[in-house]
Design a protein around this ligand. Structure first.
Ligand SMILES: [Ca+2]
Ligand SMILES: [Ca+2]
Length: 737
């Protein structure tokens, strides 16, 4: 007896050890009951009419596994997993196989309880959290992570066989046995990448006076979702205050009616929406904001992205529409509950896959109202996954490794909607004006994220030759139908990564923009390569008013009243030159205001530099007088001096551009030189001349020269007359004394 029990004990111990080896592999925190299908009563596994636990097949040691057998194309074997935590990531690992080449089974994880999705008012039952194809004909490990992130603590994991009769693999699916074994589900602890590994790429701290329109553009008007607000660019609804961007919803005095889907739609509120389109793209990295949300039933603050290839409405533009462009909702908090409390932030991606619209996502429920304080809302985006975080909690992860929409650039959007399809049209107006306050938006990347983004851009179409364009009001723009006008594509080219030339499209944003209105619009240049990858480049088209030319016209009229003879030919001819140019500017309908203003300045300067023509009457008279003198009478030295000054004087007199000062100067030099003339020693006039004292002689000479009489005889006569009268004056003075 003792011996037997010892043997039994040893056997039992060995069995326990064997079991423990298995348990070690399954890990103690495996949430799957009967993980290896080996228990007697098939505990845990749901067996429908086709899927069941089978004897005689097992992965590794053991004798049992789950099977979805042949002769069916619609069946499953699976298990409900209870007591999951919301907003938590789990990892499922299984061994699985199919026994027919070309067959496929699906490892699916579904939400299977109270519906967490009330999107657009349509509850979605049986939401697939994640699925993976099983195609190996040998046992193989299949594994993925999923995030509850929902109002759920229960999922259903299953191996599914399903094919439609028309599917190409229908026969193979129907024929095969699909097996599953060793199912492990365990919680994954999120690992945050350390903060210092991120480099800031772009940010707006909203610390300025006004919204930075080099970073953002406004969305205006009616935009989407039958929402009840009109987006405006007014400073009442979009402004910076205390370091925050404030998007504020206000009630309109009168509703504005627009046509949506052929029906009248009333907008009762004004609100704000801004986006980084055309200014900043984001592709892989952390995109984060710190914000204080609105509460109150009907309000719907959001922080989200759209693919940058999103079509820009324009008839010339190329791009993709929603949902083909892809959308990442970093934060959406539509206030649905009647009490108006806002405690839930939603994380969703919308995309197009295999030609059909799909979405996945989750939510985070916070203990407090999100309108009570500032919180951080962000995503960490890599080529493999997008993780959503709230403050420092990662609450949802989406595997995007095979979703093309999230392997290309997006742009960022911030808006405060009122009403619409999600929160419904009952609005708590007691909350108006409602403020959505954003402290900052940042975009940062690790080296790996940057390298992945750089690789995308290096292979995307490159557009060159794009430049800002300025036109005058009313300038026609070249149309696709060939109607002539300004060619927005002039000099613009695009090539793919191999240098192959691509077609470029251009559109204005908004498309309703035309050049009859003064202002700015965005020009969106788009090129697509053969593999469907888009490249985009942006520029600004500025329409300016026709120039005002009144001042120029008046100035031209004034100039035309001036008389050529009054001014030096040089300055006059410059003025005439500028006048001709001014007249051209006046006539030309393609000049800018600054050209007109500059022409006015030039013409004014030209008028200002006009020089009055000099009066040379006296100079000419003096030259004439001197030319009548007899050189033989004077000493060679003094005559030569006079002759030399005379040459200069003649040159001055002949130059019509000389100034009055130049004329006066040369006249004075001429008079001086003439006054310094000395008669030769044997001059016939020396007799009476010697009767004068030296000073009298000098004075007399000066006077003679200054009166500048005509002939040598006349001069002599004058000299003599003056001499006699001098003597007479001197005599008189003596007598008087
Ligand atoms: Ca087994
Ligand atoms: Ca700030």
């Amino acid at each position: 007896m003792k011996k037997i029990s010892k043997v039994l004990m040893i056997i039992s111990l060995l069995m326990t050890m064997a079991l423990n080896i298995g348990q070690v592999k399954a890990k103690t925190n495996n949430l799957v009951r009967n993980w290896d299908f080996e228990s007697e009563n098939n505990e845990g596994w749901e067996q429908n009419k086709v899927g069941h636990v089978i004897d005689g097949v097992s992965y590794g040691d053991g004798n049992k596994a789950g099977v979805v057998p042949s002769d069916c194309a619609d069946g499953y074997v699976g298990q409900y997993i209870y007591n999951l935590k919301p907003n938590t990531t789990y990892k499922i690992t299984v061994q699985a196989k199919v026994d027919t080449d070309g067959a496929k089974a699906i490892l699916a994880t579904r939400v299977f309880d109270n519906n967490p999705w009330e999107y657009e008012g349509k509850p979605e039952k049986d939401q697939i959290l994640k699925e993976m194809a099983v195609t190996s004909t040998n046992w193989q490990e299949y594994s993925y992570e999923f995030n509850t992130a929902l109002n759920t603590n229960k999922v259903f994991v299953s191996l599914v066989k399903w094919a439609g009769v028309s599917d190409s693999n229908y026969e193979a699916v129907k024929k095969c046995n699909a097996y599953i074994d060793n199912v492990i589900i365990e919680e994954v602890n999120s690992i945050e990448v350390p903060e210092e590994d991120y480099n800031l790429v772009w940010e707006d701290q909203f610390n300025g006076e006004k919204l930075d329109l080099d970073k953002w553009r406004y969305e205006t008007g009616y935009v989407r979702n039958k929402e009840l607000q009109e987006y405006v660019d007014s400073e009442e609804n979009v402004y910076l205050e205390n370091g925050d961007l404030v998007l504020k919803a206000t009630k309109k005095d009168e509703p504005v009616t627009v046509t949506v889907d052929g029906q009248d739609h009333k907008m009762y509120y004004n609100s704000g929406s801004i986006e980084s389109f055309g200014h900043q793209d984001v592709l892989y990295g952390k995109i984060e904001m710190r914000a204080k949300l609105t509460n109150g039933k009907g309000f719907w603050p959001a922080f989200w992205t759209l693919g940058s290839e999103w079509t820009s409405e324009g008839q010339l533009g190329e791009g993709t529409a929603w949902p083909e462009c892809g959308e990442i909702d970093i934060m959406e908090a539509p206030v649905q509950s009647p009490d108006g409390v806002n405690k839930t932030t939603w994380a969703t991606i919308h995309y197009q896959k295999n030609g059909s619209y799909q979405k996945m996502g989750g939510e985070y429920k916070f203990s407090e109202d999100l309108a009570d304080d500032y919180h951080i809302y962000g995503i960490n985006w890599t080529p493999e996954k997008i993780e959503w975080y709230f403050d420092d909690i990662v609450f949802y992860t989406a595997d995007i490794s095979d979703i093309e929409n999230f392997q290309k650039p997006h742009f960022v959007k911030l808006n405060l909607a009122v009403g619409g399809s999600w929160p419904g049209n009952t609005i708590d107006e007691s909350k108006l004006p409602a403020e959505y306050r954003i402290d900052y938006v940042t975009y940062s990347q690790t080296e790996e994220q940057k390298a992945a983004a750089d690789a995308f851009y290096a292979n995307a179409p490159q557009i060159s030759g794009v430049k800002d364009i300025k036109v005058l009001k009313g300038t026609p723009i070249l149309q696709e139908n060939g109607e002539s006008g300004l060619d927005l594509l002039d000099g613009v080219q695009a090539v793919d990564k191999n240098g192959k030339k691509l077609t470029v499209g251009v559109s204005t944003l908004p498309s309703t923009f035309d050049t009859n209105t003064v202002g700015e619009t965005m020009l969106v240049y788009t090129a697509k390569d053969d593999s469907g990858v888009y490249g985009r480049t942006y520029a600004t088209l500025t329409v300016v008013d026709l120039p005002v030319k009144d001042e120029l016209k008046k100035l031209i009229e004034d100039v035309e009243l001036l008389n050529a003879d009054d001014y030096t030919p040089n300055t006059w001819s410059k003025l005439q030159n500028d006048l001709t140019k001014a007249k051209q500017v006046l006539e030309d309908n393609s000049v800018w205001q600054e050209d007109v203003d500059s022409m006015v300045k030039t013409l004014e300067a030209s008028i200002g530099s006009l020089v009055k023509r000099a009066d040379i009457t006296k100079l000419e008279l003096e030259i004439n007088n001197i030319e009548k003198l007899d050189s033989q009478k004077y000493t060679a030295e003094t005559w030569d001096n006079l002759a030399s000054v005379l040459v200069d004087a003649k040159a001055v007199a002949a130059d019509k551009n000389v100034t009055q000062t130049q004329v006066d100067d040369i006249l004075s030099r001429l008079v001086d030189a003439k006054g310094q003339l000395k008669l030769k020693e044997d001059g016939s006039v020396s007799v009476s001349w010697t009767n004068l004292t030296p000073s009298q002689q000098k004075e007399t000479t000066n006077k003679v020269v200054k009166t500048s009489d005509e002939s040598p005889i006349g001069m002599l006569m004058t000299t003599l007359l003056l001499s006699s009268s001098m003597l007479y004056v001197l005599k008189k003075r003596k007598n008087n004394c």
